[in-house]
Design a protein around this ligand. Structure first.
Ligand code: FAD
Length: 387
């Protein structure tokens, strides 16, 4: 087993970190304080990210991406994850892998403009009445000749205000299974401006300032069948095939922020003096630092192992859930302890810690809550025993 990084991976880390520190950090405070990421700033940083070869680097070579293996991709995600979320997600976009599931025409129309930085995608599954239980969705689509008619509401949809189109999951019927009736789900591409499709402002959010969410409304929205992504009734199959590693992406961005917070905590513990001593010399502080470093390492090893297994084709749902669960919970712990080590200064927005602490909160909720990750892990443990 080799735990080291290759020369190429070290270069990815260095290049991405240097870009994040020089091009993203200087804009963080303005975005945090205003809650707005201006379009001119997006365009400016986007151009630089493209010139540095970092834009859409998650994509395969044949469509203009960097063609990275999973671990290399996650190392890049970790470095991007250090910065304000809105800045890195929008200015150094990583189009959703699910766009690769499109046919030739759909790739040209939806994937390529995202890779060229002309637009952004967004993914709409969650509804006011259906979060963790996505199969409980009420928004639906019914066939009408060669068309489909969409009705219903989605909410919490990230950056739908900026996106040129949405990939929307709709209930398209029901099937009988031994465990009772089950909704069939189909995925559709819906362009902004399609009659019957409205994007409304979402809610103000404690985490990730500048990174908006929206409410999507469908009122007899008519789409041609060529707008279907994948096959009719196979929306979850296409999502499961292409979005599996998104949990690892969340985990990796959390590792970046946790490492940044730990760096600040170490620096402060070494510099800050009370009672005539560096506070890092007090066990009450130094033991916290030891635990933070150990937990971060444990989380990183889980993510790296899952990444390695992903490329071997041996990764399990539980592997990815463990990585996501651990990394998001470790980030919360490290952010909290880093503030404790800083005392009052930790809460001031002169430092990125209060932001990292706020931002940590959503990570245990989106992309599957911590409870759902534990459910996935325990299910994999118990199923072989018939429970
Ligand atoms: C800022 C933000 C951005 C988002 N972006 C998107 C997006 O772009 N697209 C999208 O489709 N969705 C998005 N989401 C939705 C996100 O994925 C959901 O919030 C998440 O899946 C949880 O659903 P919920 O909020 O409805 O909570 P619920 O599912 O209602 O859960 C409430 C509580 O019950 C617990 N719970 C539920 N079921 C179980 C169970 N079986 N066992 C134990 N506990 C359980 C949960 O863990 C949680 O603690 C976003 C959410 C946020 C907050």
């Amino acid at each position: 087993m080799d735990f080291g990084l290759s020369e190429e991976q070290r270069m990815i880390v260095e290049t991405t970190r240097s870009f994040v520190e020089t091009e993203l950090y200087p804009h963080e405070q303005a975005v945090e304080r205003s809650g707005v990421l201006p379009l001119e700033l997006i365009r400016e940083v986007q151009q630089k990210a493209m010139a540095a070869g970092l834009y859409a680097a998650n994509m395969p070579l044949e469509v203009g991406g960097a063609g990275l293996d999973t671990l290399s991709w996650l190392l890049y995600e970790k470095e991007l994850g250090r910065a304000n979320y809105a800045l890195h997600w929008t200015c150094v976009a990583r189009p959703s892998n699910i766009l690769l599931a499109g046919n030739e025409e759909q790739r040209e129309r939806y994937l390529m403009p995202c890779i060229r930085g002309e637009t952004w995608d967004c993914l709409a599954m969650t509804e006011p009445g259906a979060g963790s239980d996505l199969r409980g969705m009420k928004a639906s689509a019914r066939p009408d000749g060669d068309d489909w008619i969409l009705n219903g509401t989605k909410h919490f949809i990230s950056h739908a205000d900026l996106a040129g189109f949405a990939i929307v999951f709709m209930a398209t019927g029901e099937e009988d299974t031994p465990r009772g009736p089950k909704k069939r789900i189909t995925a559709f591409f819906v362009d902004k401006g399609t009659p019957g499709f409205t994007v409304r402002d979402g809610y103000r959010n404690v985490s990730h300032r500048g990174y908006t969410n929206a409410i999507l409304e469908f009122d007899d929205c008519r789409l041609h069948k060529r707008q279907i992504l994948g096959e009719v009734h196979k929306g979850f199959e296409v999502a499961n095939s292409w979005l599996g590693a998104t949990r690892l992406q969340v985990a990796s961005t959390c590792l970046g922020r946790a490492e940044r917070a730990l760096g600040h905590a170490l620096q402060w513990a070494a510099e800050r003096r009370q009672f005539g001593s560096q506070i890092g010399k007090f066990q009450g502080i130094s033991f916290k630092l030891a635990d933070m470093a150990m937990e971060l390492k444990a989380a990183e090893l889980l993510v790296r192992e899952a990444a390695w297994k992903y490329d071997q084709g041996t990764v399990t749902e539980a592997d990815m859930s463990m990585a996501k669960l651990k990394a998001t919970e470790v980030l919360a712990m490290i952010a909290d302890e880093a503030i404790q080590i800083h005392g009052g200064m930790g809460l001031m927005d002169e430092l990125p810690l209060e932001r990292i602490w706020r931002d940590a909160r959503v990570e245990r909720i989106w992309e599957g809550t911590s409870e759902i990750q534990r459910h996935i892990i325990s299910r994999e443990l118990l199923r072989p025993l018939g429970a």
